[in-house]
Design a protein around this ligand. Structure first.
Ligand SMILES: [Zn+2]
Length: 510
């Protein structure tokens, strides 16, 4: 009499979805064995997929069969034993070699002499089933992704709606995520601080600890939050509702980038280091500190600036210069850009008027932006077509697609702004007016860093030092302001306005 092993298997994977439960299989097969008088000596239960070789229970059973403990297997269907060619082949081989004498499934018997071919076909089908399933699943997944449906676990701030299979906003947590972005954008917080902020709002790891720096950085750089998502290295436009704007996202990326630069050891740099170039050789002007204690106990100390003299082609003659003198000259430069209060008021008024005009014509602009957006959609379609026809390679496709999607996103936000009546130039203009009005005060202030920062705004990199004299070229609106101030007798504001980016002086101040 033969000994039998009873083998039942069902995995939680999709390919076993339709298969009877383990308890069911056991019950039916036990009864079958009893009816047919098959002697079961051990039952094996496995809850793993048979897609790949390497099931421990199955391996254990085969090795015990090899040792001669049993000569027969009872199982629900052959696909319970194997869904991959390696395991299938092994079973077939054992049967051919008479190591297995009999396999009894619910439907039929397999014996060494007659069923090897049929069995191979059946194993082949089990394997094919997996291959088809994989292709179909992949195809289905790609279709979903093209429709903009995110198919993975929803990021923090979203939830997977199990009913609609879509990703939807988690009202409470999305608010916290948005606030975290806003917090970090201010550039006053470390990643750890954002982690603590999350923890305060009850968002922590499974181990009940605040998120790590890496996790925070990952969250803060996930484009999902403004509407895109990445799949297999490619950007897709998500159907989900964004919880932040691209503008805020970009701001955060800038802070992330700045802060990720390795911090140099803090050296207490001198106020005007890195501001000026040498007019002789073009190298940077840097600073130094000199201190000497004289024999009589007097201390001589001063700060000075000098050319780094790194040029290999020019032997630079620029002499060193005391900080007091440089500061005096630079403060003088700033003084040249002090805007009279009256002018600032007039400009404010004009800006308000202009904004109203813009608002009135915003409908046209919105229409324009919409048309432009449609154009991008057409381009995206065309791009996909040429890619599918293999006229361009994958890298080119992905890069161009990403660019188009970013354009589209920017346009969407522009439309949003227009619809809310926001003029993009209004804020920069107001900042400029504030800086220009405050220039006199800044010039008198003892803070070198305030002066340096204002000078960088006025001149950018166009500041140089030659023979201990500061030379400068103001840029854009500052140049216009400077010119207007020189012709102060004329109170016409027009020349100040000409260079303001975005401002079209339609009407003059009366
Ligand atoms: Zn030099």
């Amino acid at each position: 009499m033969l000994n039998y092993f009873l083998y039942v298997r069902k995995s939680t994977d999709v390919e076993d979805k339709q298969v009877r439960s383990i308890d069911d299989q056991l019950a039916v097969l036990r009864k079958l064995a009893k009816d047919e008088n098959l002697n079961i000596i051990t039952e094996f239960v496995e809850k793993r997929s048979a897609k790949k070789p390497g099931r421990p229970v199955f391996a254990n059973m085969l090795s015990r069969i090899e040792q001669g403990e049993a000569q027969g297997i009872i199982c629900w269907k052959l696909d319970r034993l194997a869904r991959n060619p390696i395991d299938g082949g092994q079973i077939s081989w054992f049967l051919q070699k008479n190591i297995i004498h009999h396999i009894r499934t619910f439907e039929r018997s397999y014996l060494p002499q007659d069923n090897v071919l049929i069995m191979s076909v059946e194993f082949g089908m089990a394997n094919q089933y997996i291959l088809d399933l994989r292709t179909n699943t992949k195809r289905g997944l790609m279709e979903k992704i093209r429709r903009g449906e995110y198919c993975s676990l929803a990021p923090l701030g979203y939830i997977n709606d199990t009913r609609t299979k879509l990703v939807v906003v988690d009202k409470k947590r999305s608010k916290v995520v948005r606030e975290a972005f806003e917090l970090y954008a201010q550039n006053n917080s470390r990643l750890e601080d954002v982690g603590i902020f999350f923890a305060k709002n009850g968002i922590i790891t499974r181990g009940k600890k605040p998120f790590t720096r890496d996790k925070i950085a990952w969250i803060l750089s996930n484009p999902f939050y403004y509407g895109l998502f990445k799949y297999a290295g490619e950007f897709y436009e998500g159907k989900h509702q964004p919880i932040i704007t691209k503008k805020l996202f970009d701001k955060v990326q800038k802070v992330l980038q700045e802060r990720s630069k390795p911090q140099k050891p803090h050296q207490d740099p001198l106020g005007y280091c890195g501001l000026l170039r040498c007019g002789n050789c073009g190298m940077m002007i840097t600073g130094g500190y000199y201190k000497k204690v004289q024999k009589n106990g007097n201390v001589n100390e001063w700060y000075y600036y000098h050319c780094t003299k790194k040029s290999k082609t020019i032997k630079c003659p620029e002499p060193t210069m005391r900080q007091e003198e440089l500061d005096r000259q630079l403060s003088g430069v700033i003084q040249k850009f002090k805007m009279p209060d009256f002018w600032a008021e007039q400009l404010q008024k004009m800006a308000e008027q202009e904004e109203q005009n813009v608002r009135a014509s915003s409908n046209i602009l919105i229409q324009e932006a919409r048309t432009e957006m449609q154009g991008i959609s057409v381009k995206l379609d065309r791009l996909l077509t040429v890619y599918l026809e293999q006229d361009i390679d994958r890298d080119t496709y992905q890069q161009q697609k990403a660019e188009l999607l970013l354009c589209k996103k920017a346009l969407e936000e522009k439309i949003d702004d227009l619809e809310q009546g926001i003029c993009p130039w209004r804020k920069p203009l107001e900042e400029w007016l504030k800086q220009a009005q405050g220039a006199g005060e800044t010039a008198l202030s003892p803070s070198l860093s305030d002066k340096k920062s204002l000078l960088q705004k006025i001149c950018g990199v166009n500041l140089s030092l030659q023979n201990r004299k500061v030379h400068f070229t103001p840029q854009k609106q500052w140049a216009a302001l400077c010119a207007a101030l020189e012709k102060k007798s004329e109170t016409d504001l027009c020349c100040v306005l000409v260079e303001m980016p975005g401002v079209k002086p339609g009407s003059r101040a009366s």
